[in-house]
Design a protein around this ligand. Structure first.
Ligand code: APR
Length: 252
């Protein structure tokens, strides 16, 4: 409602530190499929345990590698949307006041200018070794293939994303938890809130006394932890919520 939106705009103005937790819905208006959409979601077509787990990769390296190669190829012409741009513009206008924490691996926050976005689940553009790399393992010299492999020891290259059952990068998660605890306002945008520890950051912010706002066209598992739920989209709502000019904004 417009009243709820106005209330959130006031909270944005008042908050000296804002954390923004984003999920696949953040990139939906850029044309990137989400995961759990019943019709268009990745998990409506593929089994996440086969496509997004180490066991699945070891069982069928080529099938998994090709799926990620396909997702990378799909991102070629994709642009950040008005939601990504609104976040980056706010960060430029108010340095140090906003921390973007994303579950997305599409790199669109960075492409829009949120260069310090915390990537909880890694990045599709990054590769890494399946086994701990030996001195012979050099990604730049890997033998091309699906997947590429080390010419010396046959170690396989895998996508640099976090798969189900895997640890998140420790320092990234630590920084995200710190931002969640320190913020006065957390915006939870475009995530179903079904996957932990990412979704736990909203609980952390709430417990630390932050105001929590969910921005999502549909109900989510985090609606219950929110003070306000705005039923709208990232590209539609974020430009309105974050358009805080210098005059009216709080001092960072
Ligand atoms: N604007 C905002 N939210 C949207 C939009 C939009 N235009 N379109 C869809 N959404 C919402 C959906 O309503 C849903 O709540 O985005 C959410 C997408 O949920 P998921 O597909 O489950 O994606 P996400 O929550 O990011 O998944 C978390 O699960 O599969 C793993 O590692 C993967 O990072 C992913 C994690």
């Amino acid at each position: 409602s417009l009243q709820a939106e106005r209330r959130v705009r006031d909270w944005v103005r008042e908050a000296s530190r804002i954390a923004v937790l984003t999920g696949a819905g953040m990139s939906a208006e850029s044309g990137v499929p989400t995961f759990r959409d019943a019709q268009t979601g990745h998990w409506a077509k593929f089994d996440p345990q086969e496509m997004a787990s180490e066991r699945g990769f070891r069982a069928a390296p080529q099938r998994v590698w090709d799926w990620y190669a396909h997702r990378r190829a799909m991102l070629e012409g994709v642009e950040p949307n008005a939601g990504h741009r609104a976040l980056a513009a706010f960060e430029r206008a108010w340095p140090g006041r906003m921390t973007v924490i994303t579950q997305n691996v599409d790199g669109l926050h960075r492409q829009a200018g949120s260069t310090a976005a915390l990537c909880l689940h890694g990045e599709l553009s990054l590769d890494r070794w399946l086994e701990p790399p030996r001195t012979c393992c050099d990604l730049a010299a890997a033998e091309p293939g699906s997947p590429p492999r080390c010419r010396g020891c046959g170690n396989l290259v895998r996508p640099g994303v976090v798969w189900f059952g895997e640890q998140l990068p420790g320092e990234v998660l630590e920084a995200a938890e710190q931002a969640a605890r320190a913020c006065e306002l957390m915006l939870v945008v475009g995530t179903a809130g079904a996957v932990y520890p990412a979704a736990g950051l909203a609980h952390l912010a709430r417990q630390a006394g932050a105001r929590v706002v969910v921005v999502n066209p549909a109900p989510t598992e985090l609606d219950g932890v929110a003070h306000v739920v705005l039923r709208g989209t990232a590209a539609g709502l974020l430009p309105r919520l974050l358009d805080v000019s210098r005059e009216e904004g709080a001092n960072p």
